[in-house]
Each structure stands twice: as C-alpha cells, then as structure tokens.
Ligand binder design. Structure first.
Ligand code: MLT
Length: 394
C-alpha cells in the first residue's frame, strides 16, 4: 500500500476560511431572506482599474495574431514585468536586478511553494496572530513550528530578544490580521538576529500599499543587511484587486546564501522545473499597475478601502470597543465585547447583525477574544454594517 503524507493528519479538519464559508452557507440556507455583510475573508469588492483592463484587452488581441502571439512564458517571469517591478523598487530607493524578481501566480501560492527551499528539519517561527497558511503549509511539510505569541501589550509586534531557535522566520507587515506594522528599528533587530543565526526571514508584504505613515518600512530591503537573510513576497491582490486574476512577485536577493547554497539559484531551478510561468495576458495586466495611470487608479481604490476602515473604526469608537489596525492596513482587529470567545462572537454577529468576520482564534491561540473585520467590502455595505454594529454593540 502506498505510504501517505501523514502530516495531513496533524492539520485541523478544514482551513480557516473554508470553515467560515461553510458556516455562512448553512446560515444562508436557513435564512434565505437575510442579506449577509461579508467582512470575513479579505477579498476585494472593486473591479480591476481601467489601466489594467485596457492592458488585458490589448494582451488578448496580441494572442490573436501570429506576430504578437506568446506561448510558454519565461518560468521566472516576463522581462517587461520584472523590469516594471525593479523600477517600482528603484523609485523607493531599493536597487534590485531583474533576476532578483520572480513573478508568481499570487502570494498565497508562493508562500506555500517557497518552503521547498528548506530542509524538513528547519524550524519555522510564526509570530502569532498570523495568516494561518504559514502554519498549515509547514505542518504539511512535516516541520516543527515555533509559535511566538504577541499581544496588545506590545501592539502585536514581536522582538527576537529571547533568541528563538528558528530557521525560517515569518514576518507579515502590515500584519494580517492585527494591522500592526514593524518600525525600521524593530525590523532591524530581526534582520540582525537572522543574520547572526543563519536563519531566513520570509517577509510577507502583501499589504504594504496600505501603509500611510512615511517612516514605516514597506519593504524589508529598506533595512541594511536584509539582502543577506530575507525573501520578500508581494501580491497584486490587495494592492490592485487581483484576488481573482492571480499575480504576485517575490524578491530573492542574489546575496542570499545558506549552507553553501544560493537561494536565488535554487529558486530558478525550482521554478524552471515546477512551473511554465504565469500567463502572458495577466502579466501585461500587472505591468499596467506600475504605469502612472495604474498607480493613480489603484491609489483611488485603496482610498475607498481606507475610508471603509474609518467607517468601521468610528462605529467601534462609539461603542467603546478597543481595536488595533485599520490605519496602515485593511483589517481591524477588535476585542470581542464582554470577554466573549471569538467563535462565540462570530455566531453572535452573524445571527444578530448578519455580519461575517473572522474569529481571532483562527490566527493562533493568542488571537482568542479578538475578531477581525475586513475593510474590503463595498462602501455602501460597510456603511450599513457599521449601523448594525452600533445597534448590537452599544
Ligand atoms: C485573508 O482574508 O486573510 C486573506 O484574504 C486570505 C488570502 O490572502 O489568501
């Protein structure tokens, strides 16, 4: 009989967002007349911007003509998009060569795939509350996980002062789910620690475009020494509405080597074996995000989500509910009222106000008694949800 990957037996029965979707469908079946306000999974509600749509149409036309048709794309990404990404970093003072940029089919795909680079014995440190895929992907790979809990006392930010025995260090900033953002000083501590220890930081920058405070770092490569210890994973999903279109990019500096092996070369070897590249059409759409028209339009969309966050925060302020995030991130991390458990509060909001959020426990044990609301819903829906929040929480 074939031997199976028994690590799957160590996983929870279903993935966080699948579990929520199941609960919501059951509620909808029983209450078909009720409208549901979806502020759970961080899925965008605005369409792709005009610059992207025009580029996608042009790319479809390219595929219709022999002279401009593209078959397989380069596995590590099209030159035009790698250049656009490098230029985007250059404008922010970070010099990267195009070979240090890999185009992916999205940050979540990449987060799952990149850990192929590390041995099964490498220990993964996850700063919690955290995006649950970090933990689940490493459980599937049979790795030991070090759960580093954070709490409101430190604004949900962790410090490496206890020198954890970590080999792979996950940092998500702005953080999903708490919205906390690392300062340059604190990030420097992690970079120095990783370099001292010979660890690798996986820096999830999916929400960098939401940072509004100038002094906060949007890339780990703003920190000296990060090129020797970090991989940065970025996404077009939240920045430019590509959740259903799928596109991302990953930076692996050429200077990053561990155990005599170069991670950039390893990833080239991995990608050339395991993918045939991302679709030409989608990469042209991604290129348009970096045009001046694209940048202006995505900024307008991000502002809509930020205004949504303000609407939610105002409602919580009026109800005297403490929360984190919302300012530099599209998530609001609120304390459950009356010391409710987060799953209990999920049911309460769904049954009493038809609002779907995400229970904090889904992001790690230290997320209990907290609840995440996403600001990606339609603005009118968000306004109505805020009215309902007031009515059930006041
Ligand atoms: C979330 O809601 O945490 C994210 O949207 C999930 C994801 O990006 O896969």
């Amino acid at each position: 009989m074939i031997a199976m990957n028994e690590n799957y037996l160590k996983l929870k029965e279903s993935y966080l967002f699948a579990e929520i979707a199941k609960k919501v469908s059951a509620y909808e079946r029983l209450n078909p007349e009720k409208h549901i306000f979806r502020m759970g999974i961080g899925d965008v509600s605005l369409p792709l911007c005009n610059a992207v749509i025009k580029a996608l149409h042009r790319a479809v036309d390219d595929q219709s003509k022999k002279e401009s048709f593209h078959g397989y794309m380069p596995e590590c990404g099209a030159g035009f998009l790698r250049e656009a990404v490098a230029d985007h970093y250059r404008k922010r003072g970070i010099e990267l060569s195009t070979e240090e940029i890999f185009i992916s089919s999205g940050a979540s795909d990449e987060l799952g795939a990149i850990i192929d680079l590390f041995d099964r014995r490498a220990k993964a440190l996850v700063q919690e509350p955290a995006y649950p895929a970090y933990v689940d992907a490493n459980i599937m790979a049979g790795r030991e996980i070090i759960h580093l809990s954070t709490g409101k006392e430190t604004g949900f930010l962790a410090d490496p002062e206890n020198e954890p025995e970590a080999d792979i260090i996950y940092i998500c900033s702005p953080n999903n789910p708490t919205g906390a953002v690392y300062s340059k000083e604190l990030l420097r501590k992690w970079v120095d620690f990783a370099n001292r220890r010979g660890a690798v930081i996986i820096f999830d920058a999916a929400y960098e475009a939401f940072i509004e405070e100038e002094e906060l770092p949007r890339s780990i490569f703003e920190i000296e020494g990060a090129e020797n210890c970090a991989i940065e994973i970025c996404s077009f999903s939240k920045t430019a509405g590509f959740t259903g279109t799928r596109l991302g990019y990953t930076v692996i500096p050429k200077a990053l080597s561990r155990g005599g092996m170069n991670l950039n070369s390893m990833w080239v070897r991995n990608r050339t074996t395991k993918t045939n590249g991302v679709s030409y059409i989608i990469q042209r759409g991604g290129e348009a995000v970096f045009s001046s028209e694209g940048q202006e339009e995505i900024r307008e969309n991000i502002k809509v989500y930020k205004d949504n966050a303000k609407v939610i925060m105002e409602a919580l302020n009026e109800c005297n509910i403490r929360y984190f995030g919302g300012k530099n991130a599209p998530y609001i991390w609120m304390e459950c009222p009356d010391s409710m458990k987060s799953r209990e509060f999920f049911d309460f909001l769904l049954y009493k106000a038809q609002i779907v959020g995400t229970p904090g426990i889904g992001f790690g044990a230290c997320g209990e008694n907290f609840f995440r609301l996403s600001s990606f819903a339609d603005p009118r829906e968000t306004e109505e949800a805020a009215v309902r929040l007031r009515s059930v929480l006041k």
